[in-house]
Write a protein that binds this ligand. Structure first.
Ligand code: ADP
Ligand code: 5GP
Length: 192
């Protein structure tokens, strides 16, 4: 199999993509997670160079100027996230398939860039009410940050049809099984 491919996950924050990605990473040994850069503060338990490259806002902007990003977005007012070009080289040079966790705009940009070399997955919560409950239950954001995330979710949910596959994350085990199945099918198909 040609490993120079990517699987990308997009969804409104709180839909469960990080949870699904962790399960998928356990089930396949060909994948490596693309560590994004962000200007937000680390959450408890997050480590620099593992979950994200945590940068100051100024450093992030400097790297944008140096064209170090394949794509970047100010996902929430004042908070930027981006995919460093160096991550793609690093992971492909390791012989691994890239896993991206990016917002919906980033997902569409990456899919456009990679074309058939990427499978794009949209993770959908069963409802907006469940999404809100999951975000609050996660307990990692202030109520203000949760409101910013929920405010974006309606527009993001409206873009699910731009992705190759939608995974409804109601029952987690079922969502992971479905994700595993579509990934296997994608990886088994030869590239043109
Ligand atoms: P995202 O990465 O999309 O922001 P997370 O993976 O952090 O979302 O999930 C948000 C919260 O919802 C977490 O607390 C997680 O444990 C929980 N969660 C994820 N999937 C499910 C599910 N299918 N059922 C119940 N809770 C879930
Ligand atoms: P969080 O703060 O919850 O880790 O991430 C918030 C949002 O930013 C999520 O939708 C996540 O997918 C998105 N995100 C993380 N990294 C990137 C990236 O490199 N590019 C883009 N466009 N979005 C990202």
């Amino acid at each position: 199999m040609d490993n120079r491919r990517a699987i990308l996950f997009s969804a409104p924050s709180g839909s469960g993509k990080t949870t699904i990605i962790r399960e998928i990473l356990k089930r396949f040994d060909c994948f490596e997670f693309s560590i994004s850069a962000t200007s937000r503060q680390p959450r408890a338990g997050e480590a620099d160079g593992v979950d994200y490259y945590f940068l100051s806002h100024d450093d992030f902007v400097r790297r944008v100027g140096r064209q170090e990003f394949l794509e970047w977005e100010e996902v929430y007012a004042g908070t930027c996230y981006g995919t460093l070009k160096s991550e793609i080289d690093r992971i492909w040079d390791n012989g691994h398939v890239i896993i991206f966790d990016v917002d919906v705009n980033g997902g569409m940009n990456i899919k456009k860039y990679f074309g058939d070399k990427a499978l794009s997955l949209f993770v959908k919560p069963p409802s907006v009410e469940v999404l809100a409950a999951r975000l609050r239950g996660r307990g990692t954001e202030t109520e203000e940050a949760i409101s910013k995330r929920l405010a974006r979710s309606a527009a993001e949910l409206g873009m699910s049809d731009r992705f190759d596959v939608t995974i409804i994350n109601d029952d987690l085990a079922r969502a992971v099984e479905q994700t595993e199945a579509v990934i296997k099918q994608y990886l088994a198909a030869p590239l043109d």
